[in-house]
Design a protein around this ligand. Structure first.
Ligand SMILES: [Zn+2]
Length: 90
């Protein structure tokens, strides 16, 4: 249950959660970030990190001509078509 009117508990959870909400990797002593798409606390860093995967999704959204801001806090991970939307940026 998310209380949109308060941010306190949300921040507490962000800093205290021991694991990535998405992949379950340990976050203790690691960098963490808030998901663009929902309120998950996710791992960041290398190309296996959940943040990196989100960046790929955002790139795919841009590649199909949409504004990623439309998806900020949308509450789900947009599905993208791997072969069509993941155009390698040169
Ligand atoms: Zn993760």
């Amino acid at each position: 249950m998310i209380d949109m009117g308060r941010s306190e508990g949300y921040d507490d959870k962000f800093f205290s959660t021991p694991k990535c909400d998405r992949c379950g990797s340990f976050l203790e002593g690691q960098a963490r970030t808030m998901s663009w798409f929902n309120e998950d606390t996710i791992c960041t860093g290398g190309s296996n990190s959940c943040q990196f995967k989100e960046e790929k999704i955002k790139t795919a959204i841009r590649n199909r001509g949409e504004d990623t801001r439309n998806y900020e806090g949308c509450g789900y991970l947009p599905t993208v078509n791997n072969s069509k939307d993941f155009i390698t940026e040169e």
